[in-house]
Design a protein around this ligand. Structure first.
Ligand SMILES: CC(C)(COP(=O)(O)OP(=O)(O)OC[C@H]1O[C@@H](n2cnc3c(N)ncnc32)[C@H](O)[C@@H]1OP(=O)(O)O)[C@@H](O)C(=O)NCCC(=O)NCCS
Length: 209
């Protein structure tokens, strides 16, 4: 993973401004997205253990599972440190206080772009959780000064993931060769992009489906 903290500052009119912190909590559409707390370590361990078969094909980090409670707490602390320095923000997706998945805003695509990522626990699949989380994250991304673009990336073989940006009106940008990081991947990255003006026009146009 790319180190991101230094990308957080934004140059406006030739002047380098202070880093813009990404949000740590977002709420809406029946979901709470919030940063992981030390007390979530056991709940996340359970959620990952229950999700591992459906995540393994697509999420490279599953190769490092299972992690100890201590390792997970260290990870949460690293994520929070990174966020507090202007880097990525990694969230639990909670539905009625249950861990329904995880998602994040990532700075690895350049200073004016945030990438949205997501995974969902099998018990919560096909209920719109990923779509709602991605919509909330896109709203949140465009509330960050200097962000003009939000992207979603997935491997070409991950057709399920492609539904999410398509549903939200992201524009398909194209394919490019990528590292094969998880077992089911082809090593072809698909990029979807949303520009701020387009998102604002969609929001102004009325109710979201
Ligand atoms: C991809 C993933 C996050 C989708 O989560 P989800 O909460 O079930 O998605 P949603 O309910 O918001 O559904 C989004 C769209 O995908 C469709 N969809 C979801 N699962 C599907 C499946 N197995 N087959 C076909 N379509 C599917 C839904 O019908 C919906 O389409 P629509 O809005 O056009 O009707 C989930 O399958 C997952 O966690 N996969 C493993 C991890 C992963 O691949 N993460 C993304 C890495 S890029």
């Amino acid at each position: 993973m790319v180190a991101v903290a230094l990308q957080a500052s934004v140059t406006v009119g030739g002047v380098e401004t202070a880093p813009r912190l990404l949000p740590e909590r977002i709420e809406g559409e029946g979901l709470v997205l919030r940063r992981w707390r030390p007390s979530d370590a056991e709940a996340l361990a359970r959620a990952v253990a229950e999700s591992v078969d459906h995540l393994r094909p697509w999420m490279a980090w599953v190769a490092a599972e299972p992690q100890t409670v201590e390792q997970r707490r260290e990870l949460f602390a690293r994520w929070e440190q990174e966020r507090s320095e202007g880097g990525d923000s990694v969230f639990a997706i909670l539905v009625d206080d249950r861990v329904a998945g995880g998602c994040g805003l990532h700075r690895r695509r350049g200073p004016r772009t945030l990438e949205v990522g997501y995974w969902v626990h099998p018990e919560f699949l096909r209920r719109g959780v990923a779509t709602k989380a991605a919509r909330l994250l896109t709203d949140a991304a465009f509330s960050v000064p200097g962000i003009t673009c939000v992207e979603i990336h997935h491997d070409k073989a991950n057709a399920t993931s492609a539904h999410v940006p398509r549903r939200l009106g992201f524009r398909f940008v194209g394919e490019s060769p990528d590292e094969r990081e998880a077992p089911a991947e082809l090593g072809i990255d698909c990029t979807w992009r949303m520009e701020r003006e387009h998102w604002e026009r969609r929001r102004a146009a009325g109710p979201r489906s």
